[in-house]
Design a protein around this ligand. Structure first.
Ligand code: SF4
Length: 282
């Protein structure tokens, strides 16, 4: 089973419990204005151009950021690199298993992220199945934007779903992410009814989606589902802005400063005051 991966991060500690290896899959149907991984959006490998690294060979001058044609690119210019590689599930799991001792010692394992892993359902299913067969704990970091059929395919293979709640209301959700919330919320409810273990992830951007209505909505979901594993708040940081430019993507909130530690604590406190006392910084 083949799929397209654009990064593998070992020793990750913010993508689920314990020490984990996070595998980032390419492809995402959403366009969140604050995306940290815009280089994941396109399903195919792409050319990234980092002009600041050009040593003067000028090859990058004619390169198109984000191009998918004529790859793999065999340039020696350090300003050019290909984001994404086609690989097999078996090869990825072999890499993941190198750190199995760390997973065993820390309660960690494999996290699939992206992009949206559910845009490559067969590959994602295969990775989860192989990890499970090897006794490796699995997390799936998802926007939840997929067909019900795709989501149900993963049920029983995911030890912990890391599930985003990005905005509230049809209009806000659509303008901030490019899609409506209906399917995402329906999938979330379905997973919880089926007894899947789910942790909410709430990206918050002051002045953009930290509205009282949205925080109230998150608190209401948490109140309705005490079985949730937890609620993690992710205050905005601007780490993705430069990467987005390298593949020709533009982010509407590129000028927004990263949230300070004090403001981040305040976002969590606001959720606490709304009764969501399990909210914590992710
Ligand atoms: S769902 Fe995730 S990867 Fe996709 S655009 Fe939003 S933040 Fe980026």
């Amino acid at each position: 089973m083949e799929g397209t991966v654009f990064d593998v991060q070992r020793f990750a500690v913010h993508d689920g419990p314990g020490i984990r290896t996070t595998v980032f899959l390419k492809g995402c149907p959403l366009r969140c204005g604050w995306c940290h991984n815009a280089e994941s959006w396109h399903r195919r490998p792409q050319l990234a151009v980092r002009t600041g690294l050009c040593p003067g060979c000028e090859e990058c001058r004619d390169a198109t950021p984000g191009a998918t044609a004529r790859l793999p690119h065999r340039s020696r210019c350090p300003a050019l690199r290909v984001i994404g590689r086609v690989t097999t599930a078996g090869a990825v799991i072999e890499e993941v298993l190198r750190d199995r001792d760390y997973y065993a010692a820390s309660g960690g394992g494999l996290t699939l992220s992206g992009g949206e892993p559910l845009t490559q359902p067969a590959f994602t299913e295969s990775l989860l199945r192989l990890a499970g067969e090897a006794g490796v704990n699995t997390c799936l970091d998802t926007s939840g934007f997929a067909s019900e059929q795709t989501v149900l395919r993963m049920v029983g293979l995911v030890d912990l779903w890391l599930y985003d709640v990005k905005a509230t209301g049809e209009q806000d959700h659509r303008s901030l992410t490019g899609v409506g919330p209906g399917r995402i919320l329906a999938n979330l409810e379905r997973l919880l009814v089926l007894g899947e273990r789910v942790r909410l992830r709430v990206p918050l951007l002051p002045g953009v989606n930290d509205t009282h209505e949205h925080l109230q909505h998150v608190a209401a979901i948490a109140a309705r589902h005490p079985e949730l594993d937890g609620v993690d708040v992710f205050p905005y940081h601007s780490w993705g802005v430069a990467k987005a430019a390298e593949v020709g993507a533009t982010l509407p909130y590129a000028d927004l400063p990263s949230v300070t530690p004090e403001a981040a604590s305040d976002l969590v406190s606001r959720l606490h005051r709304l009764g969501c006392t399990r909210a914590q910084l992710g």
